[in-house]
Structure formats: structure tokens, C-alpha cells
Design a protein around this ligand. Structure first.
Ligand code: CA
Length: 476
């Protein structure tokens, strides 16, 4: 038993999260990412020829995003992130086949629309990020232009960022969008195909235009530590997300091996879905599990890590997806709001409890799909328990980890757990989770306080009534 505890303690120490200072503190932020063409059609005036089918433009645009800003804000997000909006080649609904790096795609609107979007977002205290792409479409004239084809990594459409002329071009484009539209950040798509040295230069340049400009790098399965000191504020690692998908998309799946989000030296973005990985819902359905129940557990995990939660549009309605265009189904605003409400609740709890955003991570228990961990920040301690199994589970966390004579107060379902002689026994029904805060034990219960306050108030009311009655009887 003693050996077991020492082992858990050692593992916990290994799991300690230590973030280096980054230019922008993203710990209080959470990101909602929109595929502009698939979110909401704000005006049919820019739809062009509607061919139908997921391989073509389907009408979503910047005006549509403006109309849904309150929806995004309402779920508690602080950043709205947009799929690439640079002008694209035919059928570039995803925005990754760039034709003109200094023009808004006509299907999405105009620079005026983008300006209006940032203005409306800022009014709501929301930041706007857009995806930055380091490649052109497959039919770009530069690819066969003798003067420009050297700009690309051989045999690809990706810019060769080791070239000073390419660096100058990209930095010019990056600064131009900020000056034009007052956006607040870029998500750098496939940043792992560039170089940390170049990203550092790019970061310095864009942050010289706007001091608090946010840079999130999508690094595929790359090592986050490679990007330490590169001016990048946070990284998105697809490998971490796939691990979370695998663990939570099926019941009775062990929850070990999720350490990516908590072990990185650079702040990480915690996410389940994005355009490049098959959606969580599809994975759950393949496992014959109920996607909504599974999504809730995964979201509890994402929102209770010292990371930056990122939700891809449609996750909140358990939208189905797959590889390629199937991952970009049209958003539906008229379906169940069960997950929307759950996300809103998680965002509120994350706001109330700073330890969920900035705490030090310590693993307390992990066995066969039952996970308990602690986040500690200053005087505040949160305990997160997730039961990923098909049975009710009870785990006792001993006084080695938590002080005696306190209580664990539940924030998702409510209620509290007082210490027993061995510690705090957390019991969770199958496929449920809870977020607890360690609190001083309340001396008096609410009914007791009610009696304490209520009795004198009733007495005073009684005296007043008697006085009025007495006064009424007095002869004038
Ligand atoms: Ca439209």
C-alpha cells in the first residue's frame, strides 16, 4: 500500500505542469472555432452559384458569424476563431487553397464585413482570431512561375520559409490583415511545416503591430517543447486530441496516457475536434456509445486542465464528421441544446474557480477508467473526478493529499462530501463526472441558518402585527 502511494506521488510530480512565461497569457481564454462556410448564412447576396454538396461552398459567411456572436459569447467563449478567409480557388470552402493572400473570399464577404465582425466582437469583449495559411491552392500561377516557383518546398504548395523573400512576403501579409481589420490573433495552420526560428521572427513582427496579438500554432503531432521561446503563445497537438478522443469515445476505456495536455512546457490548447481529425461523435457512434454522454465526460476533462479549451463548431450539437469534406457539415441551430448548456455550465465553473485555469496538476488516482486529479492554485484546490466506466465507482482520497476537517463541494451536480476516518470518499455513477472545490467545513447548515434568522424576524413581525391591531382598537 505504502509503495503504491509513493508511486502515485512520483507520477503526480512527473505530471506537474510548468508553463514558461509567454507573451500573451491565454489561461483565462477559451476558443470557439468556426468553419465560416458551414456556420451560418448571413446573406444570400454573396452565395454565388449554389451547387450543393459538401465539396462546394454552402453559403456561410462573415455576416453569419456576426449574427451568431451572442450565441458564441453565451456559451462563455472569449475568442472566436475563423477558418481561413483569404480568397480561395474554386471550391475552396475550407479556405486552404489560397489564391490571393490580401483579399477576403467573396463567398465570405468583404474586408468591410471583417472590420464589422471585429468591432461587434470587441463590443462583446470577444477576441477574433483567423487561420493563417502557409500555402497556396494547387492551381496557383506562382507554382509554375519561374520567378516564384523557388518560393515553395519542392513538389508541394507550401512556402519555403527559409528564404528571406518568402519571409518578407508572409510577414507583410500577416501585418497587413491586423492593420486592416484589427483582428486579435492567428491560428497558424500546419506551423510544423515551417520553422521555429521563422515563427519567432513572425511573432516579433506581428506583436510589434499589436502588442497582445495571439499566436496559436497548429503543430500536428509535433513536440510542443520545440516551440518553446518561439513567440508562440500556445500550441495545438493533434496527437493529444486523438488520445482524448480514444479514451472518452468509449465506455470502460482506461484514462492513462492523457498526459500530453499536462506535461508540455508550453501552454497547450485542449481540444477534441478540429477540421483535420475525424469528429468525436463519429468515433463514439463507431463504438456504439451514446455521443452526448461521452462528449460531456470529454468536455469536463478539456475544461478542467491548465490548458486553453478549444471547441470546433458543431461539437456542441454532437455533429457527425469523417475525413475531408464530411468533417465540415452544416451547423444546425435548431437541435438539442443539452451540450450547449453543459459547455455554458463548464465555462461558468472555470470562471468561478481560478485553479481550473492556472492550477498545478497532480494525478491522485487512475485505474481502469476512473480518474481523479487535483488542481492547486494559491489557497484554492479543485478535485476533478471522471468515471469513464460502466459501473458506479468509489475512490477514497486520503489525508496524505487533502487536509482533514474540510469538505468537497460539488459544482456540476452539487452536494458535498465530508471527510471520514480514511479521507474523502468520492462516489460517481457510471459515465458521470464532478468538479469539486476543497472548502472549509461549514459550521452551520442552511436550514439551521434559516431558523436562526427566521425566528427573530417572525417574532418582530408578530409584535408589529399586535401593535397595529392594538392601535386599531384605540378610541379616537
Ligand atoms: Ca452567404
Amino acid at each position: 500500500m505504502k509503495k503504491g502511494l509513493i508511486f502515485i506521488l512520483c507520477v503526480s510530480l512527473l505530471f506537474c505542469f510548468s508553463a514558461t512565461a509567454s507573451a500573451v497569457n491565454l489561461q483565462d481564454e477559451s476558443i470557439y472555432h468556426v468553419a465560416v462556410d458551414r456556420f451560418y448564412n448571413g446573406t444570400t447576396a454573396n452565395d454565388g452559384e449554389r451547387k450543393g454538396g459538401l465539396e462546394h461552398f454552402l453559403g456561410g459567411d462573415l455576416q453569419g458569424v456576426i449574427k451568431k456572436l451572442d450565441y458564441i459569447k453565451g456559451m462563455g467563449f472569449t475568442i472566436v476563431s475563423l477558418s481561413p478567409i483569404f480568397q480561395n480557388e474554386a471550391n475552396g470552402f475550407h479556405g486552404k487553397w489560397v489564391k490571393d493572400f490580401k483579399k477576403v473570399d467573396e463567398h465570405f464577404g468583404t474586408m468591410q464585413d471583417l472590420k464589422q465582425l471585429t468591432k461587434e466582437a470587441h463590443k462583446r469583449d470577444l477576441k477574433v482570431m483567423i487561420d493563417f495559411v502557409f500555402e497556396t491552392g494547387p492551381n496557383h500561377p506562382w507554382l509554375s512561375d519561374p520567378a516564384k516557383k523557388e518560393w515553395f518546398v519542392e513538389g508541394s504548395t507550401t512556402f519555403d520559409v527559409s528564404r528571406p523573400d518568402v519571409q518578407a512576403f508572409i510577414i507583410d501579409v500577416a501585418k497587413w490583415w491586423i492593420k486592416q481589420s484589427d483582428i486579435d490573433g492567428y491560428r497558424l495552420i500546419d506551423a510544423n511545416r515551417t520553422e521555429p526560428q521563422f515563427l519567432k521572427k513572425m511573432a516579433e513582427e506581428v506583436k510589434s503591430v499589436k502588442k497582445d496579438f495571439v499566436l496559436v500554432a497548429d503543430i500536428g503531432g509535433g513536440d510542443p517543447n520545440t516551440y518553446q521561446n518561439s513567440g508562440i503563445d500556445a500550441v495545438m497537438n493533434t496527437y493529444f486530441a486523438k488520445n482524448v478522443q480514444k479514451s472518452f469515445s468509449n465506455v470502460d476505456e482506461p484514462l492513462s496516457g492523457l498526459d500530453g495536455f499536462t506535461q508540455s512546457n508550453l501552454p497547450v490548447v485542449s481540444f477534441l475536434d478540429d477540421e483535420d481529425i475525424v469528429r468525436f461523435t463519429r468515433k463514439a457512434v463507431e463504438n456504439e456509445a451514446f455521443p452526448v454522454t461521452r462528449l460531456k465526460l470529454a468536455l469536463t476533462y478539456l475544461y478542467t486542465l491548465p490548458a486553453v479549451p478549444f471547441v470546433y463548431y458543431g461539437t456542441e450539437i454532437a455533429l457527425d464528421g469523417g475525413n475531408g469534406a464530411v468533417n465540415y457539415r452544416m451547423m444546425d441551430f435548431r437541435t438539442s441544446t443539452e451540450i450547449v448548456e453543459y459547455i455554458t455550465n463548464l465555462a461558468d465553473i472555470r470562471k468561478i474557480l481560478p485553479s481550473l485555469r492556472t492550477g498545478q496538476y497532480h494525478l491522485l488516482y487512475e485505474k481502469d477508467g476512473m480518474l481523479v486529479y487535483q488542481l492547486k492554485s494559491g489557497d484554492e484546490t479543485s478535485i476533478i473526478a471522471i468515471n469513464n466506466t460502466s459501473q458506479t465507482k468509489s475512490v477514497t482520497i486520503g489525508f496524505r493529499y487533502l487536509p482533514d476537517n474540510h469538505e468537497l463541494r460539488g459544482y456540476l451536480k452539487g452536494g458535498s462530501i465530508k471527510s471520514s476516518k480514511d479521507g474523502y470518499t468520492i462516489t460517481l455513477e457510471r459515465e458521470t463526472s464532478e468538479i469539486f472545490k476543497l472548502d472549509e467545513q461549514k459550521g452551520a447548515s442552511i436550514p439551521f441558518i434559516s431558523i436562526l434568522v427566521g425566528v427573530p424576524v417572525l417574532f418582530i413581525l408578530f409584535l408589529y402585527a399586535a401593535y397595529k391591531k392594538g392601535k386599531g382598537k384605540q378610541p379616537s
